[in-house]
Design a protein around this ligand. Structure first.
Ligand SMILES: C[S@@+](CC[C@H](N)C(=O)[O-])C[C@H]1O[C@@H](n2cnc3c(N)ncnc32)[C@H](O)[C@@H]1O
Length: 322
């Protein structure tokens, strides 16, 4: 998706044909593109005959670009988090939809602009906020306890040297620039030039996931999709690393009648619940051809399933209120 230093590289959609196949759109269907980005999936949905596409993105830049570059009357844009999709669809009088796609992560436009602070390939302010609101990466790194930074690096970056890196960040505060952070991480992790994997990758990923609450968004987005789909509706989700893929895999397993798994917050439910999803497809990875054309597709994984007519497991907050 991104090539270092390339400022204008367009976002190349990943697994788009496979996503379309999983969505199996019929002429006139209503579809949600939960992660609009540069609109690669939306374009494909419209070309496949969708009658209406609702494109969500939490990044105001993505929505602003779409408004000027994408004048299609069948497209409705929403500058919102996809975890809110069921509520927004009701508020806009759209109701239940036939298909939903989620393409998790950051876009080339976000990564390739140093001023967004997502990448250490160019130097920029430590920002990393998809929605351009809330706490910046610099604010987090300069105010959080060292132990909290270490936890974030371990939990969201699977960084084995999390404590050493957190200690080095705390000692160097204030940290304001992406290049500064990358240099601190490389020193703390013992990085040598020429070494294959740059340790800064894991730290940047971890901070980004934490600041944007990406795993919570994914969990809530899957539940929102369950509420937003018609019976027979299709859900396709593309992820780029194992933390995300695990969430999607577990969700489909639980919802399709597999072993119910509890979480820290919610104990395992032992009674039999009616499956809300069926026909869970085997995970799909990029073909050799796509890999050759777009190296970023290497870690991409698509999971998909079809909604049944069963009641959603978690009613929306509004429904829960007395
Ligand atoms: C990988 S890109 C999607 C690319 C898109 N499929 C395309 O072909 O152009 C992910 C996009 O989703 C947005 N995004 C990430 N998490 C989101 C969330 N929770 N709610 C809404 N948009 C989100 C990001 O801002 C980014 O623009």
């Amino acid at each position: 998706m991104t090539s270092p230093g390339a400022n204008t590289a367009p976002h190349v959609p990943v697994l788009v044909n496979e996503v379309l196949a999983a969505l199996s759109l019929h002429e006139g269907d209503t579809a949600v593109d939960g992660t609009f980005g540069a609109g690669g999936y939306t374009r494909a949905m419209l070309a496949a005959g969708a009658g209406q596409v609702i494109g969500f993105d939490r990044d105001p830049d993505a929505i602003a670009a779409a408004r000027t570059l994408f004048p299609d009357p069948r497209l409705t844009l929403a500058e919102e988090c996809f975890s809110q999709m069921d509520r927004i669809l009701v508020e806009r009088g759209i109701g239940l939809v036939d298909a939903i796609a989620l393409d998790i992560g950051v876009s080339s436009m976000q990564l390739d602009r140093p001023e967004r602070g997502f990448s250490f390939q160019g130097d920029g302010p430590l920002d990393m906020r998809m929605s351009q609101s809330g706490q910046t990466a610099a604010e987090f790194l300069n105010t959080a306890e060292e132990a909290e930074i270490a936890r974030v690096l371990r939990d969201y970056g699977e960084e084995p040297r999390a404590r050493a890196i957190a200690r080095a960040i705390a000692a160097a505060r204030p940290v304001e620039r992406t290049a500064e952070l990358a240099a601190i991480v490389r020193r703390a992790a013992g990085f040598r030039p020429g070494q294959k994997a740059d340790p800064a990758t894991r730290t940047f990923q971890a901070i980004r996931i934490h600041l944007n609450a990406e795993l919570e968004e994914l969990e809530q987005g899957l539940e929102a999709a369950e509420r937003a789909l018609k019976p027979g509706g299709r859900l396709a989700v593309v992820t780029f690393h194992s933390l995300e893929d695990r969430i999607v895999k577990r969700f489909f397993r639980e919802r399709s009648g597999g072993t119910p798994a509890g979480s820290r917050h919610r104990p395992a439910i032992v009674d039999q619940l009616e499956p809300t999803f069926a026909r869970v497809a085997k995970p799909v990875s990029a073909s050799e051809r796509e890999l050759a054309a777009n190296p970023r597709s290497r870690s991409a994984r698509l999971r998909s399933a079809v909604r049944t007519s069963a009641t959603p497991r978690n009613p929306s907050l509004r429904e829960r209120q007395p």
